[in-house]
Design a protein around this ligand. Structure first.
Ligand SMILES: Cc1cc2nc3c(=O)[nH]c(=O)nc-3n(C[C@H](O)[C@H](O)[C@H](O)COP(=O)(O)O)c2cc1C
Length: 333
């Protein structure tokens, strides 16, 4: 395989985005089992230290030990890092290669001030010479698949084309474009015209990202921009079975059918792995921020879920919400 050759997944694939605080090893293990149609699942970012190196266990924990032991799941995993000019990148890459990671992703879209102040994430969108150095270090020490996940700029798109060309010129295999600036954070709608612009500017595959929530959005983004594949974040937390229903209608009723299994599987897995009930409950609550916005009286429902003080109460509220929604659907039909 040459550096710029085809990606190991076909065009129009769906990739599960990195989501810090959500897509840890436990979450990905459950999602990979229940929803194997996703072409890839990304870890959230791991910041590479400036001094010294992390232990092998730190990387293993970030990846998920069970995923490491399962070659098919390992193959489906994108390992994402945030790094800087000063960080010990080559040491980190050595360990990642030893762990059998085949696909490395560099995050240059993280908007966090702390990360930017350390010279990582979106900082690199505003300092292209630092970006070149970081890309060169990675390409010189990493022979596997290498992608970059970016935003369109810090304040605006003035450096967008130049940044894309630098990334392409550094031997990166594909670029994921989250079609927002750093200043936009997650506000407003992602502007897919920038994904199309990236497709026009570079020859390597572009992966579209930002505000893809439904089957219709998937098809629109692919068709309007000509991007190779799409990566989905918040929409994937909300509808992780989305790739199963491509070509059919991912409607509200189907969401209601899937939700109990989704929550139960995550809860049982984490309890079996030794997490205590409070930790599991907090995880389910945190996931719920992304899941219920199309339910009737969703603010009230989310408040009730957030206030639930046990897993039993959480599941009772969930079940009641689904039954009520079913009745509402029947009444409307
Ligand atoms: C809670 C949360 C955590 C995120 N963590 C990461 C991360 O670790 N790495 C990354 O590249 N992007 C991260 N993102 C950005 C998403 O991967 C994605 O680019 C963004 O949410 C836009 O896509 P979406 O509209 O499909 O959610 C995060 C987003 C959210 C909401």
């Amino acid at each position: 395989m040459t550096l710029n050759s085809l990606l190991p997944f076909p065009p129009r694939s769906l990739l599960f985005a990195p989501l810090e605080g959500m897509t840890d090893g436990h979450y990905r293990q459950v999602a990979m089992r229940l929803y194997p149609e996703w072409a890839r699942f990304s870890t959230d970012f791991l910041r590479i230290p400036t001094n010294g190196k992390y232990s092998r266990n730190k990387y293993l924990e970030h990846l998920g030990a069970a995923i490491h032991q399962n070659p098919a799941l390992l193959e489906k995993t994108i390992f994402q890092i945030i790094t800087t000019e000063k960080a010990q990148t080559s040491l980190a890459l050595e360990t990642l290669a030893e762990l059998g990671i085949s696909h490395l992703d560099l995050n240059i879209g993280c908007p966090s001030r702390t990360v930017i102040n350390h010279g990582g994430g979106c900082y690199l969108l505003g300092n292209l010479s630092a970006l070149k150095n970081v890309l060169a270090t990675i390409r010189n020490h990493w022979s596997g698949l290498f992608t970059v996940k970016m935003r369109i700029g810090i304040h605006d798109d003035s450096l967008f084309d130049e940044t894309l060309k630098i990334i392409e010129g550094s031997g990166v295999n594909a670029i994921t474009v989250h079609a927002r600036t750093r200043d936009q954070l997650y506000k407003g709608r992602a502007d897919w015209r920038f994904i199309k612009r990236a497709v026009d500017v570079v020859k390597i595959p572009v992966i579209g990202n930002g505000d893809i929530w439904t089957v219709e959005d998937v098809n629109n983004c692919l068709n309007e921009t000509g991007c190779h594949s799409v990566m989905i974040g918040r929409g994937a937390l909300k509808t992780p079975w989305l790739p199963q229903v491509i070509g059919s209608n991912a409607n509200f009723q189907i969401r209601c059918l899937h939700l109990p299994e989704y929550y139960q599987a995550l809860s049982s897995h984490c309890l079996a792995e030794g997490d205590d009930a409070t930790k599991v409950l907090n995880r389910l609550k945190s996931l719920s921020r992304y899941v219920f916005d199309d339910f009737a009286h969703c603010d009230l429902l989310k408040t009730q879920l957030m206030r639930s003080n046990s897993l039993n109460v959480f599941f009772e509220i969930l079940e009641k919400a689904i039954v009520t929604s079913g009745e509402r659907i029947q009444a409307l039909q």
